[in-house]
Design a protein around this ligand. Structure first.
Ligand SMILES: N[C@@H](CCC(=O)N[C@@H](CS)C(=O)NCC(=O)O)C(=O)O
Length: 235
């Protein structure tokens, strides 16, 4: 059976990480049996989660997990989509992963109050004497990642305007569809669900959270997807 390495549920979500939620959704969409394991981070081949173990193979990165499922199991996540919609779905997914994600990282990790309510608790099991040092080091690394990506170089107003356009674009693509691209699920539903779910918890106070929470079709989509795929979690 496939093992998916995860952080575990946090903030009312099936996982703390949108990429892990995406990975789990991909396994669900493909109908593959899997188990989760929250103890794999220190052995993560690329230093990040998710990764999976599938027999003798280890595949790290949610997109590579998708490609692995497509190749090994012959599963086409986008079977219901036209060629144009395949392209659109992939683009929307990458907009969330490579753009919106970094705004989310900023609000979660670099704003003290949000960090205290959220990511600080990832380290609750570390020895008390080391916890402040670990938090400082990890936040420094996150700040460096944000700077290297480029999103971290923008002021709040600039980040907010960029995030708003992403959220509007996502909402426009979803429209009144049941799933992201229409009546049928596709691969990008894994990502759309994961990133909307990760952006909505109101313990992370931010303009981005407020914008998401006031975008009715995205909230309703999160609720529908949560009920269908993670019924234990509620909205
Ligand atoms: N491109 C990767 C991104 C995964 C990723 O950024 N994971 C984050 C959590 S959201 C992580 O594990 N970060 C740990 C670290 O950078 O130390 C994917 O699609 O899986």
């Amino acid at each position: 059976m496939i093992t998916l390495y995860t952080f575990g549920p946090f903030f009312g979500c099936p996982d703390a990480s949108p990429f892990v939620m995406k990975g789990e959704m991909l396994l669900k969409l493909a109908g593959l049996p899997y188990q989760t394991n929250t103890r794999g981070f220190t052995r993560a081949p690329k230093g990040k989660l998710p990764y999976i173990r599938d027999g003798d193979e280890i595949i790290a990165d949610s997109t590579l997990i998708r490609l692995h499922i497509e190749k090994k199991y012959g599963f086409d996540f986008d079977a219901a989509l036209s060629p144009r919609d395949r392209g659109l779905a992939w683009s929307v997914e990458k907009m969330m992963e490579d753009h919106l994600y970094w705004v989310m990282v900023y609000w979660r990790w670099l704003i003290d109050a949000n960090f205290d309510r959220g990511p600080r608790h990832f380290f609750d099991r570390a020895p008390a004497i080391l916890r402040p040092l670990i938090c400082t080091m990890v936040r420094r690394k996150v700040r460096g990642n944000l700077h290297a990506h480029g999103m971290g170089r923008h002021n709040d107003d600039e980040k907010n305007r960029m995030a708003d356009r992403c959220i509007d674009a996502l909402s426009q693509v979803l429209g009144s569809n049941r799933y992201l691209m229409g009546d049928h699920l596709c691969g990008a539903d894994a990502t759309a669900f994961a990133f909307i779910a990760a952006g909505l918890p109101d313990i992370f106070e931010s303009p981005m959270q407020k914008k998401l929470a006031s975008t009715a079709n995205l909230v309703a989509y999160r609720d529908r997807m949560m009920a269908e795929f993670f019924p234990g979690f509620g909205a």
